[in-house]
Write a protein that binds this ligand. Structure first.
Ligand code: SF4
Ligand code: SF4
Length: 104
């Protein structure tokens, strides 16, 4: 990793240290082939859920990993910031989805 990526990780870990595991489970999914490793999602994540990691498979040499999924609050800021539609977040609202409601 480059110096800038290490700095971004350090800041994310500092935010993580101030956050707690989320009360409700949320899910974050990455589409690695679309990720260019810009770090916008890591920078914007308020809970330090995301980090850079070395990824020789990626042409940029780095990729994003959901390193602390238990801390994700499902705010979707990462998804909104990503210029390449490479990350998606789903918040568990605790409600049944449409298909489950119809089945009841
Ligand atoms: S904002 Fe998107 S392209 Fe940039 S590092 Fe995050 S997932 Fe990858
Ligand atoms: S949904 Fe929010 S808390 Fe979860 S990884 Fe994205 S920015 Fe971070």
């Amino acid at each position: 990793m480059e110096k800038e990526e290490l700095r971004i990780n350090e800041e994310a870990l500092a935010r993580r240290a101030k956050s707690k595991p989320a009360a409700k489970k949320s899910t974050v999914e990455l589409v690695p082939k679309f990720c260019k490793g810009c770090g916008l999602c890591i920078n914007t994540c308020p809970t330090g859920t995301l980090l850079f990691h070395d990824d020789p498979e990626n042409k940029w040499g780095v990729a994003v990993v959901v390193d602390a999924p238990e801390n994700c609050i499902g705010c979707r800021q990462c998804e909104n910031q990503c210029p390449d539609c490479a990350i998606f977040a789903y918040r568990d609202t605790g409600k049944k989805d449409e298909s489950e409601r119809k089945a009841v």
